[in-house]
Design a protein around this ligand. Sequence first.
Ligand SMILES: Cc1cc2nc3c(=O)[nH]c(=O)nc-3n(C[C@H](O)[C@H](O)[C@H](O)COP(=O)(O)OP(=O)(O)OC[C@H]3O[C@@H](n4cnc5c(N)ncnc54)[C@H](O)[C@@H]3O)c2cc1C
Length: 424
Amino acid sequence: MRYDVIVVGAGPAGSTTARECAARGLSVILLDRAEFPRDKPCGGAVTVRALDLLPFDITPVVERAISSVHFTTRQSKGFTRRSSEDLVFLTQRSKLDAYLVERAVEAGVELREGFQVKVVERHKTHVVVGNGGHLVEGTTLVAADGANGTTAKLAGISVQVRQHIALEGNITPPSGVPDRWQDIIGLDVGGMEGGYGWIFPKGDHVNIGLGGWKHVGSTLRERLDGLVRYYGLDPKEVWGLRGHHLPMRRRGSTLADGNVLLVGDAAGLVDPVTDEGIHSAIWSGRAAAGHLAEYVAGEVVDLAAYGREVERDLAPDLVASRQFHDLLHLSPTLYLWVERRTSIIWRLTCRILRGEQTYAAVMGKHTFIAFVIGFVSDLISVTPVLRRMAGLRDASPPERFFRRRRSVGAARPSLGQGSELSDR
Ligand SMILES: Cc1cc2nc3c(=O)[nH]c(=O)nc-3n(C[C@H](O)[C@H](O)[C@H](O)COP(=O)(O)OP(=O)(O)OC[C@H]3O[C@@H](n4cnc5c(N)ncnc54)[C@H](O)[C@@H]3O)c2cc1C
């Protein structure tokens, strides 16, 4: 049988793509190497803006609703910010992802678990994937296999990303989640190059983690122990310790090629400021389905319009987020000073997490501020001393002010070409 759509990877990006395609009447097979429920390294924070993209309620898998954040700088000087509305819902990925997969199966998707894609053959009219034993044939292929996914590469598509890396674990205090963390999350800023530390309360345990630029990877275990102790808990009690990459797309990285497209982490759609990836995973899955349906119906000759939609409606937000991120990490102390003394950043953060505002819209509305932020971000890209101050090791092409023609070309590889910018 030839399926209309083969989706590789059943995380939020894959299950959303599959469900939305099935809802449009396409025949879909969803492949995952794991058996569900399966876990995935993640804080399990689902923002209101992500939830709003789903046509159903996820209450059955939500363990806490959060409207407040306790900020600290390098494990000291704490202050709390509260919102009158929920900002994020905390879940466990083993539960959330299984729930999303169930909704896809209900919509008519065929799920095949324990199927690790190792081979991709591309033909003009179809694609064949295999796990070394069985083959599956489809008209289109969706790479939804996450941060370390290989499907795009097997299909001859080069993805250019900058990588964050994060490590997280859980602690189940014998007397339950401490009172102070019942309905609030903790964020520790300024101690991690490019990232932050967190404590998230779940049903009967807390999740503690931290992350930053890829080069901090070897120090994460030691730093996590320090953070656990700072939150008054014992590092020896940590269970389920796991680390993973968080890929952030570089300008121009391929999103679609012929009858293949990339969604979620496989496309590098993580938000640089928050390291939130579930929102983009669901967003891209929804966007992909419409273009896959058009392609299968013979209305378009390739899936390029999906790439254009992401470039138009999502990528500017990720670029603006990266610029905010660069500024924040150039001077976390200044950021926290403003966060503490004024409500400007907090109000903005709440509106972004709730989907009432986007980074790009803020930049569009305040053009002078956007100019300054863009300029500083570009200055960081081209100035080694500022890059070091911002915790960055790898040079990234500036977005606007210092961009040279050559760097644009280098960031737009064609099918199958390697790239000097590739981090994967
Ligand atoms: C420590 C950490 C904390 C995070 N915290 C948050 C958070 O709190 N909130 C948030 O929004 N984001 C968070 N993120 C990011 C978020 O986890 C990801 O962005 C999100 O999971 C991306 O979803 P996805 O569907 O693209 O990929 P994934 O969820 O990674 O799913 C990919 C799937 O593909 C399957 N797969 C891989 N290779 C193959 C293959 N060859 N064949 C078949 N199947 C394959 C895997 O088994 C997996 O099920 C965090 C990330 C990390 C590392």
